[in-house]
Design a protein around this ligand. Sequence first.
Ligand code: HEC
Length: 86
Amino acid sequence: MKRILIAVVLWAGPALASDIPALYQKHCAACHGTRGQGGTATPVIAGMPADAVAKVVRNHPPPMEKTGMNGDEVAAMGKYVSGMKK
Ligand code: HEC
Protein backbone atom coordinates (compact mmCIF):
# COMPACT_ATOMS: atom_id res chain seq x y z
CA MET A 1 0.00 0.00 0.00
CA LYS A 2 2.77 2.37 0.94
CA ARG A 3 4.51 1.64 -2.33
CA ILE A 4 1.41 2.49 -4.33
CA LEU A 5 1.08 5.80 -2.54
CA ILE A 6 4.67 6.71 -3.33
CA ALA A 7 4.11 5.81 -6.97
CA VAL A 8 1.07 8.07 -7.13
CA VAL A 9 2.97 10.96 -5.59
CA LEU A 10 5.84 10.55 -8.03
CA TRP A 11 3.45 10.36 -10.94
CA ALA A 12 1.52 13.45 -9.89
CA GLY A 13 4.68 15.44 -9.23
CA PRO A 14 5.52 16.64 -12.73
CA ALA A 15 1.89 17.58 -13.47
CA LEU A 16 1.76 19.77 -10.38
CA ALA A 17 5.08 21.30 -11.29
CA SER A 18 3.85 22.68 -14.64
CA ASP A 19 5.79 25.76 -15.54
CA ILE A 20 2.96 28.26 -15.14
CA PRO A 21 5.06 31.36 -15.91
CA ALA A 22 6.10 29.70 -19.19
CA LEU A 23 2.47 28.79 -19.97
CA TYR A 24 1.49 32.38 -19.27
CA GLN A 25 4.12 33.68 -21.68
CA LYS A 26 2.99 31.18 -24.30
CA HIS A 27 -0.79 31.58 -24.02
CA CYS A 28 -1.45 35.02 -22.56
CA ALA A 29 1.45 37.46 -22.79
CA ALA A 30 0.93 38.37 -26.45
CA CYS A 31 -2.41 39.96 -25.56
CA HIS A 32 -2.20 40.83 -21.87
CA GLY A 33 1.47 41.77 -21.66
CA THR A 34 4.36 39.93 -20.05
CA ARG A 35 3.31 41.17 -16.60
CA GLY A 36 -0.48 41.12 -17.00
CA GLN A 37 -0.40 44.88 -17.49
CA GLY A 38 -2.79 44.76 -20.43
CA GLY A 39 -2.35 46.03 -23.96
CA THR A 40 -4.00 48.56 -26.22
CA ALA A 41 -7.06 46.35 -26.68
CA THR A 42 -6.86 44.11 -23.64
CA PRO A 43 -7.65 44.64 -19.97
CA VAL A 44 -5.15 44.65 -17.12
CA ILE A 45 -5.44 41.25 -15.48
CA ALA A 46 -2.62 41.46 -12.93
CA GLY A 47 -3.98 41.25 -9.40
CA MET A 48 -7.43 39.99 -10.37
CA PRO A 49 -8.94 37.37 -8.01
CA ALA A 50 -7.59 33.91 -8.89
CA ASP A 51 -11.08 32.42 -9.25
CA ALA A 52 -12.17 35.10 -11.70
CA VAL A 53 -9.10 34.56 -13.86
CA ALA A 54 -9.54 30.79 -13.84
CA LYS A 55 -13.18 31.15 -14.83
CA VAL A 56 -12.31 33.34 -17.81
CA VAL A 57 -9.56 30.98 -18.95
CA ARG A 58 -11.92 28.04 -18.67
CA ASN A 59 -14.64 29.76 -20.73
CA HIS A 60 -12.14 31.54 -23.02
CA PRO A 61 -14.51 34.15 -24.51
CA PRO A 62 -13.32 35.28 -27.97
CA PRO A 63 -10.75 36.44 -28.95
CA MET A 64 -9.25 34.19 -26.29
CA GLU A 65 -8.81 30.62 -27.42
CA LYS A 66 -8.71 27.24 -25.74
CA THR A 67 -5.30 26.78 -24.18
CA GLY A 68 -5.37 23.02 -23.62
CA MET A 69 -4.32 23.52 -20.01
CA ASN A 70 -5.73 21.01 -17.53
CA GLY A 71 -7.81 21.97 -14.51
CA ASP A 72 -4.84 22.17 -12.15
CA GLU A 73 -2.96 24.37 -14.57
CA VAL A 74 -5.93 26.70 -15.04
CA ALA A 75 -6.28 27.05 -11.26
CA ALA A 76 -2.55 27.65 -10.90
CA MET A 77 -2.70 30.20 -13.71
CA GLY A 78 -5.41 32.04 -11.79
CA LYS A 79 -3.19 32.24 -8.72
CA TYR A 80 -0.19 33.26 -10.79
CA VAL A 81 -2.03 36.14 -12.49
CA SER A 82 -3.60 37.12 -9.19
CA GLY A 83 -0.14 37.42 -7.67
CA MET A 84 1.18 39.68 -10.45
CA LYS A 85 1.86 43.26 -9.46
CA LYS A 86 -0.09 45.89 -11.36
C1 HEC B 1 -5.94 36.88 -28.50
C2 HEC B 1 -5.67 37.76 -27.39
C3 HEC B 1 -5.85 37.20 -25.99
C4 HEC B 1 -5.20 36.13 -25.44
C5 HEC B 1 -4.18 35.21 -26.08
C6 HEC B 1 -5.65 36.04 -24.06
N1 HEC B 1 -6.56 37.03 -23.81
FE1 HEC B 1 -7.52 37.34 -22.06
N2 HEC B 1 -8.66 38.79 -22.94
C7 HEC B 1 -8.48 39.28 -24.22
C8 HEC B 1 -9.45 40.33 -24.46
C9 HEC B 1 -9.62 41.15 -25.75
C10 HEC B 1 -10.24 40.44 -23.28
C11 HEC B 1 -11.41 41.36 -23.04
C12 HEC B 1 -12.66 40.64 -23.49
C13 HEC B 1 -13.92 41.41 -23.21
O1 HEC B 1 -13.89 42.36 -22.44
O2 HEC B 1 -14.93 41.00 -23.78
C14 HEC B 1 -9.69 39.46 -22.35
C15 HEC B 1 -10.18 39.28 -21.06
C16 HEC B 1 -9.51 38.53 -20.09
C17 HEC B 1 -9.87 38.49 -18.70
C18 HEC B 1 -11.03 39.26 -18.05
C19 HEC B 1 -10.56 40.62 -17.63
C20 HEC B 1 -11.61 41.42 -16.92
O3 HEC B 1 -11.32 42.59 -16.61
O4 HEC B 1 -12.70 40.90 -16.67
C21 HEC B 1 -8.99 37.68 -18.08
C22 HEC B 1 -8.94 37.33 -16.59
C23 HEC B 1 -8.08 37.18 -19.08
N3 HEC B 1 -8.42 37.71 -20.29
C24 HEC B 1 -7.04 36.32 -18.83
C25 HEC B 1 -6.27 35.71 -19.82
C26 HEC B 1 -5.30 34.67 -19.56
C27 HEC B 1 -4.92 34.14 -18.18
C28 HEC B 1 -4.82 34.29 -20.77
C29 HEC B 1 -3.87 33.15 -21.06
C30 HEC B 1 -4.34 31.83 -20.69
C31 HEC B 1 -5.45 35.14 -21.78
N4 HEC B 1 -6.33 35.96 -21.16
C32 HEC B 1 -5.20 35.10 -23.15
C33 HEC B 1 -7.54 38.85 -25.12
C34 HEC B 1 -6.71 37.76 -24.96
